[in-house]
Design a protein around this ligand. Structure first.
Ligand code: ATP
Length: 356
């Protein structure tokens, strides 16, 4: 696989604090990648190292297959968008967009035509000669985006690009950014601590925790197949309704209680056992509660005395309290002395886990 951006064994510490702890990943050309993780997990540090604004203690950064550790930021072919628009107040929209190109000594004809294209792209033709003060937050961020793109970078880095924008505009801006980036086909990395944002915008997500990459994958992968306990607990729309349940291995003695988290996304539900992807490992339950949650129903199911929460699509025949359902638990995140382990119920294994 040839990557547009690659980080190999990147390490960065501030004093005793390890902000990047042996980071490895590769991003294919044209992908839009979201870096997601809690505050302090090292997202910005990593982005700044790729940009050349921070120097790694060890490890390699490759852009376009070339090692860039010693290449200054301005020569890495990168466009950067920060969360606070950072536009020049005394320059018009057009002048702001032209700024990066002037620094790079483009000729004035190229600048004029490129700036016009960019203004068109961000839909601000009527405001080309306006000053930033006259623009809304969303419009300013579009200008920042156009300014970063004008010198035709190979890679676009965005650090919390929507953080300072109010919720309603943010949603539109995300959609716009996603469409524009895929239309341009430019490899892009954006940092966010907002799961919805990562899922809505990114082709791939890198989940970070304590300076490490926990998992990289498509949003569906990350939701459906969490590879680490951290990802299992951190990701998911219903983080607050994770189920803590007692379970045991199918062949274990009934008294061998184990405890773990079963996220609603780990549970597949069906009215008939045969409709499940792994009918052999089905549990049976009774619906005890049904709650409308906008895009789906949240259901409470009694399984062997444990109350589990799952989700039920609005496209399916609705469930009602008292219905019998079958469920397949694909993953359990088990707590143990070392922290937690992800257990997978696979169709192939006769040793699946059951709720007790
Ligand atoms: N220049 C610095 N000097 C000392 N410590 C730093 C420096 N920059 C970052 N850190 C520390 O490194 C850790 C990781 O910071 P970083 O900004 O990369 O995290 P983040 O995941 O982007 O967090 P947030 O979402 O809060 O921005 C933090 O605990 C921070 O305090």
């Amino acid at each position: 696989m040839s990557y547009e951006v690659e980080c190999r064994e990147l390490v960065k510490s501030y004093g005793d604090f390890l902000a990047s702890n042996h980071i490895n990943f590769g991003i294919a050309p044209g992908r839009l990648v979201g870096i997601l993780g809690p505050s302090g997990s090292g997202k910005t540090t990593m982005l700044r190292m790729i940009a050349g604004l921070e120097t790694p203690d060890s490890g390699d950064i490759l852009i376009g297959r070339k090692r860039v550790n010693d290449v200054p930021p301005g020569e890495r072919g990168i466009g950067f968008v920060f969360q606070n628009y950072a536009l020049f107040k005394h320059m018009t929209v057009a002048e702001n967009i032209a700024f990066g190109m002037k620094l790079k000594n483009y000729d004035s004809k190229t600048i004029t035509s490129r700036v016009a294209d960019m203004i068109d792209l961000i839909g601000l033709s009527a405001q080309a000669n306006a000053y930033p003060m006259k623009l809304s937050g969303g419009q300013r961020q579009r200008v920042a985006f156009a300014r970063a793109l004008a010198p035709q970078p190979d890679l676009l880095l965005l650090d919390e690009p929507f953080a300072a924008i109010d919720a309603k505009v943010r949603k539109d801006l995300r959609q716009w950014l996603r469409q524009t980036i895929s239309q341009l086909g430019i490899t892009s990395i954006f940092v966010t601590h907002d799961q919805d944002e990562a899922v809505e915008v990114a082709d791939d997500i890198i989940v970070m925790n304590k300076g490490r990459v926990e998992q990289m994958g498509t949003p569906t992968d990350i939701y459906r197949n969490p590879k680490t306990p951290f990802v299992a607990q951190f990701i998911g729309e219903h983080a607050k309704v994770s189920n803590v349940a007692k379970f045991r291995g199918f062949h274990q003695e009934a008294h061998a209680n184990r405890e773990g988290i079963i996220r609603p996304e780990f549970i597949e539900l069906a009215k008939k056992q045969s409709e499940l992807s792994m009918p052999v490992s089905a549990d049976k339950g009774i619906v005890r509660g049904v709650y409308f949650r906008g895009r789906m129903l949240e259901v409470e199911i009694d399984v062997a005395g444990e109350l589990l929460r799952g989700t039920w699509s609005l496209d399916k025949d609705p469930l009602t309290v008292g219905d019998e359902v079958y469920l397949c638990i694909h993953y359990i995140c088990e707590f143990n002395d070392d922290g937690a382990t992800i257990l997978e119920n696979s169709a192939r294994s006769a040793d699946n886990y059951v709720i007790i």
